[in-house]
Design a protein around this ligand. Sequence first.
Ligand code: NAP
Length: 510
Amino acid sequence: MSNNNDATVVHGVAIIGAGFGGIGLAIRLQQQGVHDFVIYEQAADVGGVWRDNIYPGAACDVPSHLYSFSFEPNPDWGRSYGPQGEIHRYLQHCSKKYQLAQHLKFNVAVTALEFSEEKGLWTIKFAGGQQAQARAVVLAIGALNIPQYPKIEGIEKFAGKIMHTAEWDQDYSLKGKRVAVIGTGASAIQVVPAIQPEVESLALFQRTPPWVMPKFDRAQSPVRQARLRRWPFIQKMIRSLQYLLAESVVPAFMWDSLLTRFGEAMGRRYLQKVIADPELREQLTPQYAMGCKRVLLSDNYYPALTRNNVDLLSSGVSRMDETAIYSGDGQRLEVDAVVLATGFKVPVSGAPMPVRGLAGRNLNDDWAAGSEAYKGMTVSGYPNLLYIMGPNTGPGNTSVIFYIESQIHYILQYLRTLRANPNEYMDVRPEVQEAFNEGVQRRFKGTTWTSGCNSWYLTADGKNTTLWPSFSWQYRLRTRHFVSAEYEFVEVGNTNNIGAESEIELAAQS
Ligand code: NAP
């Protein structure tokens, strides 16, 4: 990052993060003939959560054909649900195929963003003290990247190994060890069956039993892969069917209704089919409306819990000492290692880093009561700043890539408008943002997400700032067209026609 030493480095667009969002936007910019952009990535590789979450069993719970870019289908998925390594390699492949290397700057951690009204530019500060400037900044940093460490009395005294699922130590072997796993969310239900066969004993500490449904995950045969390579339309059809299937569960997961009861009955039936022991079944039966927390898919989680070396402790964790962990009801278990499958610090309120906008406004203060943006992407008072997977754009039922592509489509129009107005900055009108968010929050009334469970979707006050409260196609429709009138255009000093070169190429293409 030598060139970042120079505060005069000015980019048309600075993308922060090289996961699905950052890579997808970069590809689309290139395809439109825009080359004046840079991607800052704090790690040494592309991949985002799919680079970082390397715990045993890590995989996606959205079907592979749907969990990939629409413009880059992959006929060679090895399983119906992509394992972590395959999805990571898919993003590396995209980065290579679309020649993003010249734009990628690795091992660069962004620590702060500051907007200059006078220049109409963002200053991007890095961990080493260097800085760069950009006319527009796109935060594509994801929401699930800061591990949540639980506050457990005595945890610091524990002399054995402690690993969070998102910070897995591959050099540490769990083989033959006595292991405790804390948590029963999406990560836990994958890691438990993956490590169960090799550990001596596994104590699973559950606080809230989740709804679990069968995944029907299958290996994809070479014959099937060859067929998809030969007839790409088959893959398109499969993707469309998977999309429709995912959308079809929205009415059940979203509105607490008869359909929800039907889904719950199916969940209990699956539980009954796999777990013969009535006491264990009782412990695993969820006590909240299906959909209130993420519905989990697994073919091997319940079966793993029936194995002789597994114990389910459903009273949570009370404390730890040098060698042991205690359940909520006082049982003491000596263990060698503790796996924390306790999830992530989700930015339901506050910004991921200090962000200073107009008149010294601080995004952390503005979002203290819960984050909000216009269509999840732009925030009034923070001009030329865009989010990918910002507030209220998370799906509870389908592929996040569908939302990311909707946002990329909108952001490209935004950036084109910005380049067409080289001496102005663009700020979403506060009344537009407010009206949008009032509508979003109104839609949460009567949904399963407000039916009483405790989830990371909500702020401390119970405001849902993470999910999109409707069908994903409605989000696609809302992000289809960029409307200039919804933004204020403010004249600044000359921005030296940053991005003008790209604009000329763009004009030549169209
Ligand atoms: P999570 O859903 O937040 O689950 C965390 C688990 O830890 C919950 O069971 C929670 O219990 C428990 N927990 C937290 N603190 C605890 C404490 N002090 N004592 C006892 N238990 C505690 O986290 P996650 O499983 O990592 O999943 C997070 C999100 O990542 C998912 O919702 C999903 O969006 C994403 N993810 C996706 C996939 C995929 O397949 N696509 C895979 C993994 C993760 P409570 O329920 O009682 O709070």
